[in-house]
Design a protein around this ligand. Structure first.
Ligand code: SAM
Length: 212
């Protein structure tokens, strides 16, 4: 994704109560951080947060954490939170490679991967968020019945993601190469920012839901 660096973004992140700092201190204690006993769902690579805002608004009994590695991207989400704060939504500005430093074993109920960067070169396959390397990380922080939901417009990335399921005992609950033609899978679908863009260009959206 092309990134426009916004001057001052790092300072906004540093002073925002909506972005958790020293996140390692909350490992295994995220429900306490939210001060409730509700399950915790995360989106990795949340971008500006459109999807999470809708989810958090519609599901007050679920805690959401958005993870985004670039301060300049996260900035917009912080501005939205300042306009209309949500108690069940927090952000982390970090690379997903650090997930295990921040979340305890079996602490997360659901992981959303929405329109993850495709990293088209073979030598960068490990950087793809649905790769076997990342799936290994997800497996350790997910609850026993935890689910991963992945959406993308990129058929190549989707085929890759399906092949990666063989490494680590993942099972496919549902999948489609055209979400908007699949009534069952599309029910209650919340659009992300990228999803809106790709749909308007006529691209079919692929989705899977997996578990172990
Ligand atoms: N999920 C949003 C959507 O669907 O509109 C944004 C999609 S955007 C293509 C992918 C986002 O993932 C970017 O903002 C990027 O910075 C973030 N990202 C990619 N790899 C990441 C990683 N390893 N850790 C955290 N964020 C990551």
């Amino acid at each position: 994704m092309r990134l426009r660096k916004i001057p001052g973004a790092e300072d906004v992140i540093a002073s925002s109560d909506y972005v958790v700092k020293n996140e390692e201190n909350y490992k295994g204690k995220w429900r306490e951080k939210f001060q409730n006993g509700y399950p915790v769902y995360i989106e990795i690579g949340m971008g500006k947060g459109q999807f999470l805002f809708e989810m958090a608004k519609s599901n007050p009994n679920i805690n959401y954490i958005g993870i985004e590695r670039y301060a300049s991207v996260l900035l917009r989400a912080i501005q939205k939170m300042e306009e209309k704060p949500l108690k069940n939504l927090l952000f982390l500005c970090m690379d997903a490679r650090r997930l295990e430093d921040v979340f305890g074993e079996g602490e997360i109920e659901k992981i959303y991967l929405n329109f993850s960067d495709p990293w088209p070169k073979d030598r960068h396959a490990k950087r793809r968020l649905p790769s076997r390397e990342f799936l290994g990380l997800y497996s350790r922080i997910l609850t026993k019945n935890g689910r991963i939901e992945f959406k993308t417009d990129n058929k190549g990335l989707f085929d890759f993601a399906l092949e990666e399921l063989d490494y680590g005992g993942w099972k496919l609950e549902k999948s489609t190469y055209d979400l908007y033609k699949d009534k069952d899978m599309c029910k209650g679908n919340i659009m992300t920012e990228y999803e809106e863009k790709f749909l308007s260009q006529g691209s079919p959206i692929c989705k899977y839901i997996i578990y172990r």
